[in-house]
Write a protein that binds this ligand. Structure first.
Ligand SMILES: [Zn+2]
Ligand SMILES: [Zn+2]
Length: 576
């Protein structure tokens, strides 16, 4: 964990513990500060060493918080936080992953029922004691019970957005080590799954023990879980990283095998069997001369016909090499066999961002700064889409029609000066009945309207989203399901129906690239494209640093088989 991340996480815990005690306002201030510190590009430790004034230079970080940051850097703890933890000794992070359970509920459940862990919560819900508390009821209790398995699983999975940068750092580090010949990430992280269990790293070398030594010596390693002669596991920022070292000649086979998914590999292997071939982590073997027993007696039995590179593994099976994002057994094996795989969209294809916030709503930066950031990132255009007021949006954040008109004229002026095209947009709210929270005349004055659900994010959302997609002014449905990974599942959606309407009405469905969302998912994107809909890949950036998160959206699009032509913002501004 970077120091900024680490301190932000502590402040979030602080906020939750205060909130659990029923403290007003302060929790939100701690959360905001945490967010700013996490995004801040200067190492917080460097600032803390300069003193509390330097830390307080960061937006939204006041004196009280900055002195706590300094206290932590100097002493390794925050006394007040330790007190709060003693007063409320609960697994806050795990408990609040249960849908509908916030810090306040955790506080009450601890006080009244002594609930400290997910197991306690489950026992309490099963015994029916929660519904006896005032304000809880039977429905709440059964919702809690339903949410526990999801919360439990989520607790064990890491967001790709957290795991991927760490995996890449380890990979870069290993690449520099003398005994390492080839090094790749494998497993779900290579397939860009939205959440992953652990990070798999595959290395080829003729000196595995030296590689293992280098690996457990990774400077950011928190601890070593195991270290063998060709395998090792370490923890980096709470993420488990597993290393496997293979011989150079086996690298392609091992990479194919350990990238998965299981379903993909099963389908490919059965294709191999049909051709009298055997496929495993050591290669592809011709077993046509062997009896079945002989072929199965030894993994390496038979004549090896491929294994050094991944592409020759597929080639020998008369298949095109399959991009890792597609390896989910959703038709890619058949398409690779007929050489009909899509030519997937790339990050370079994306020419602009159509969903971006500024300090007019809840973004951290001015319009000018967000425009400069987009230009620096290499975009040809950016569309500013601050939150309109409406359901789900705090009134001090959302823009009313009057504000939007003002903002449009400011944006037009900025556009005149800027070296990229600057479009005026809005993120309108889709109410539970599908209506949009902005006046028609204002909508008409905007270049792009993103409409997103922010309230009532459970149950079936199809009617509501279809209604919004039909709205003549709406161009993009933002984060359509409203899911937040490891937090809430979001709306369930009949994607075929939504996508058909979207295609008909020229409304694009968003792939929100924020690693906490990745919404739509790859599976839904694939279905949407099959119905002829278009997608837009947007970062929903609240600061310029977030533009680079577009890659998570692009790889999600690739998991959904998207080609460049399927993505709205691969077009030039005039084509838009
Ligand atoms: Zn939104
Ligand atoms: Zn947004």
């Amino acid at each position: 964990m970077t120091r900024n991340d680490e301190i932000a996480t502590l402040l979030e815990e602080f906020a939750a513990l205060l909130d659990a005690q029923g403290v007003e306002y302060k929790p939100r201030a701690y959360e905001r500060a945490a967010e700013r510190i996490r995004e801040h590009t200067v190492d917080i430790e460097v600032l803390a060493r300069e003193g509390p004034e330097a830390v307080a230079e960061i937006d939204d970080v006041g004196d009280a918080i900055s002195s706590k940051v300094v206290e932590y850097v100097e002493t390794g703890e925050i006394a007040e936080l330790e007190e709060l933890r003693e007063e409320l000794p609960v697994e806050m992070d795990a408990l609040t992953r249960v849908e509908g359970v916030g810090p306040r509920t955790v506080g009450r459940l601890y006080e009244e029922l002594g609930v400290q862990t997910l197991d306690d919560l489950e026992a309490a819900a099963e015994s029916g004691t929660i519904q006896q508390l005032s304000g809880f009821g039977e429905k709440t209790e059964s919702n809690i019970l339903e949410g526990i398995p999801f919360a439990r699983e989520a607790h064990e999975r890491q967001l790709l957005g957290k795991a991927r940068p760490r995996g890449e750092r380890i990979r870069a580090y290993l690449d520099e080590q003398e005994p390492v010949t080839r090094c790749e990430l494998a497993g779900s992280i290579r397939r860009w799954s939205p959440t992953i269990g652990d990070v798999d790293v595959l290395v080829s070398s003729d000196d595995p023990e030296a590689v293992v030594d280098a690996f457990i010596g990774f400077p950011d390693s928190d601890s070593t879980i195991e270290a063998g002669s060709t395998k090792a596991g370490i923890k980096v920022d709470g993420v488990r990283v597993d290393l496997r070292v293979v011989a150079e000649g086996d690298f392609g086979a091992a990479l194919q095998y350990f990238t998965g998914s299981k379903a993909h590999n099963v389908a490919v292997r059965s294709r191999a069997i049909d051709q009298d071939l055997k496929m495993n982590e050591y290669g592809v073997f011709d077993v046509s001369e062997l009896t079945r027993e002989e072929a199965e007696a030894d993994q390496r039995a038979g004549e090896r016909v491929a294994g050094e590179t991944e592409s020759e593994m597929y080639e020998i099976l008369e298949m095109a090499w399959v991009p890792p994002e597609l390896r989910e057994n959703r038709g890619e094996v058949e398409s690779a066999a007929t050489h009909d795989l899509p030519s997937l969209v790339t990050t370079e294809d994306v020419r602009g961002d159509l969903h971006v916030h500024t300090d007019w709503s809840d973004g951290s930066n001015t319009i000018e700064e967000m425009v400069a950031g987009a230009s620096e990132f290499g975009h040809e255009y950016v569309c500013l889409t601050d939150h309109a007021s409406g359901p789900g949006i705090v009134s001090s954040i959302g823009l009313d029609d009057e504000d939007i008109r003002d903002q449009i004229s400011v944006i037009r002026d900025v556009d005149d000066e800027a070296d990229i095209d600057v479009l005026a947009g809005i993120e309108a709210n889709i109410d539970t009945d599908g209506s949009i929270s902005v006046g028609d005349d204002v909508l008409a004055a905007l270049d792009i309207v993103v409409a997103s659900p922010h309230t009532g994010l459970d149950g079936d959302g199809t009617d509501r989203l279809v209604e919004a997609a039909r709205h003549p002014a709406v161009d993009i449905i933002g984060h359509p399901t409203g899911r937040q990974l490891n937090r809430r599942e979001g709306l369930s959606v009949d994607i075929d129906r939504l996508a058909r309407v979207a295609a008909e009405c020229d409304t694009a469905l968003e792939i929100n690239a924020d690693p906490r969302r990745l919404d739509l998912s790859g599976r839904l994107v694939q279905r949407a494209l099959e119905q002829g809909a278009m997608v837009a890949i947007n970062t929903d950036a609240h600061s310029p640093a977030s533009y680079e998160l577009v890659r998570y959206g692009v790889h999600t699009a690739r998991r959904g088989w998207a080609e460049s032509g399927d993505v709205l913002n691969t077009r030039s501004v005039s084509e838009l």
